[in-house]
Design a protein around this ligand. Structure first.
Ligand code: NAD
Length: 290
């Protein structure tokens, strides 16, 4: 297939390289000067999109996605599919999909989980929203870039699944960290805490697979001085998107709201920027109730 890939940053570059390695003809564009193995660079997004069967975008946010869509949708050939893999707000995902459909194109919102490691290894999980025909056209590419793709529903459903999942992730990470900090103050050994909780009803992915306590549980960023992993500011981005969506859908999300406020404080006032999101544990460790 002839593929255009727009946004060749930490995630986009290895994803595009995997598509090229699998034998696809990949043309890329990024506003920064970058080069990616196997990818021919174009002078603009529109030039990359011209004549492509599939255009993939991997961009920082919804505002940039909307600007890029304004440029590339008119350049795309009829019947081509626009696959946005960025994490953006549900409203932007739906607006861009509608713009594409109105222009005679197919569209899928397909945010990912799995991070930079998953992007390089080709083991991402895609959460996709769009018509059956759009999903079917993009699915072979999801198979190359990832290990799993779930068709979640109509346009916007992929972004909805992603932010709901990450809202749970943010809330459970905080709950796990505050429980460890309480256990410390009660004189409970961290390993014993893990042994009990990881096999009891308090278990979760954050406890069992990504334990925030160094030296406890499987290897995680806590064992590497809380270097990310999944940076706290990316968690904050996703939590903010969840609250934006909750506002627009009139959904009551008090825990999501509290998690957003805590990560905001952590990132903006407590040197959390650039640290893994599990570094909430050393934050709670130092604090008292006051
Ligand atoms: P990044 O900042 O490394 O890459 C974004 C790229 O887009 C940059 O290279 C930038 O130059 C380019 N760009 C910005 N505006 C552009 C424009 N107008 N035209 C062309 N290129 C433009 O970010 P990333 O870590 O690769 O993340 C990309 C998306 O994936 C984000 O939406 C992020 O939330 C999501 N995501 C990231 C991770 C992660 O672990 N990094 C995990 C899951 C999802």
């Amino acid at each position: 297939m002839k593929i255009a890939f727009i946004g060749l940053g930490n995630m986009g570059a290895p994803m595009a390289a995997n598509l090229a390695r699998a034998g696809h003809d990949v043309t890329g564009f990024d506003r920064a000067e970058v080069s990616v193995e196997g990818v021919t660079m174009a002078a603009s997004g529109a030039a990359a999109a011209d004549g492509a069967d599939v255009v993939i975008t991997m961009l920082p946010n919804g505002q940039i996605l909307r600007a890029v869509a304004d440029e590339i949708v008119p350049a795309m050939q009829s019947g081509a599919v626009l696959v946005d893999c960025s994490t953006v707000d549900v409203d932007s995902a739906r607006a861009v999909a509608q713009q594409a459909v109105d222009a005679g194109l197919l569209a899928v919102d397909a945010p990912v989980s799995g991070g930079i490691g998953g992007a390089s290894a080709g083991t991402l999980t895609f959460m996709a929203g769009g018509s059956d025909a759009s999903f079917a056209k993009a699915a072979p590419l999801f198979d190359i870039m990832g290990q799993k793709a779930v068709h979640c529903g109509a346009s916007g459903a992929g972004q909805a699944a992603k932010i709901c999942n990450n809202m749970i992730l943010g809330v459970t990470m905080i709950a796990t960290c505050e429980a460890f900090a309480l256990a410390d103050k009660l004189g409970l050994d961290r390993q014993k805490m893990f042994d009990v909780v990881s096999t009891s009803s308090g278990y979760s992915w954050t406890m069992n697979a990504y334990c925030p306590a160094p030296g406890v549980g499987p290897q995680s960023p806590a064992d590497n001085d809380y270097q990310p992993g999944f940076a706290a500011e990316l968690m904050l981005k996703d939590l903010r998107l969840s609250q934006q969506a909750a506002d627009s859908a009139d959904a009551d999300t008090p825990m999501g709201q509290a998690a957003t406020a805590l990560y905001e404080q952590f990132v903006e006032q407590e040197n959390g920027l650039g640290r893994d999101f599990s570094a909430m544990l050393p934050r709670f460790e130092k604090r008292g109730r006051g």
